[in-house]
Design a protein around this ligand. Structure first.
Ligand code: GLN
Length: 206
């Protein structure tokens, strides 16, 4: 099928919760394939960068010779979605990381790694997500945070889609979009709520 109806979306499969994203993308109407080599990257319309551990992922991108090809595709405008460690990988500036960690610089945001850790390592909350939970009759979204980053600041072209609704981190930015690049601090791939993946598949179709 053509990219317009059933886009072929790669999931970067070096490390992290790859299967959960593959499953969620299938359920959201895409063809989903793991990407470990440049030849596989060349074949996809878009990429998902999963949750996991960003400094490890960074190292593996170098070992698998995928860093530069991925940056090149992103510069060419390939749509991308990153959850948690994936958000960190897509960001332009990262706080509290290792000095040698490389990232993809596709989203004009500053993220702080393990930001919630000072208060609580992992937690769940229900939040509002612009473009999804504001649809008629839609429910708030369950968001699972696991040693998550938050977005410390965004450039003017970045749209803020979700913030922490309450508690000690109230107001912190946890979902953003800039053109065709989407990122969430939390893990929609683990909840069974497919709306973020559907939103991304729709972004890829357009
Ligand atoms: N803390 C991890 C990192 O820094 C991200 C955690 C996650 O993806 N669940 O990469």
């Amino acid at each position: 099928m053509s990219a317009a109806t059933r886009p072929r979306i790669g999931v970067l499969a070096l490390q992290g919760d790859v299967r959960e994203h593959v499953h969620a993308l299938h359920a959201a109407g895409a063809e989903a394939v793991p990407v470990r080599r440049q030849a596989e990257l060349d074949e996809v319309d878009a990429i998902v960068i999963p949750g996991g551990e960003s400094t490890t992922m960074s190292k593996l991108l170098g070992i698998f010779d995928l860093h530069d090809p991925l940056v090149a595709r992103l510069r060419d405008g390939m749509p991308a979605y990153g959850s948690c460690a994936g958000m960190i990988m897509l960001a332009s500036t990262i706080l509290d990381t290792r000095p040698d960690a490389r990232h993809l610089d596709a989203l004009d945001i500053t993220v702080r790694r393990n930001a919630f850790g000072r208060q609580v390592e992992s937690f769940e909350t229900d939040l509002d997500f612009a473009g999804i939970t504001d649809r008629p009759g839609a429910q708030r979204m369950r968001a699972v945070f696991i040693r998550a980053p938050w977005v410390e600041s965004v450039s003017p072209d970045v749209e803020v889609l979700a913030r922490v609704p309450e508690g000690p981190a109230q107001g912190r930015i946890v979902a953003v979009r800039q053109n065709k690049v989407l990122a969430t601090s939390f893990h929609p791939e683990v909840t069974g709520d497919r709306r973020v993946h559907e939103y991304f598949v729709e972004m890829v179709r357009r």
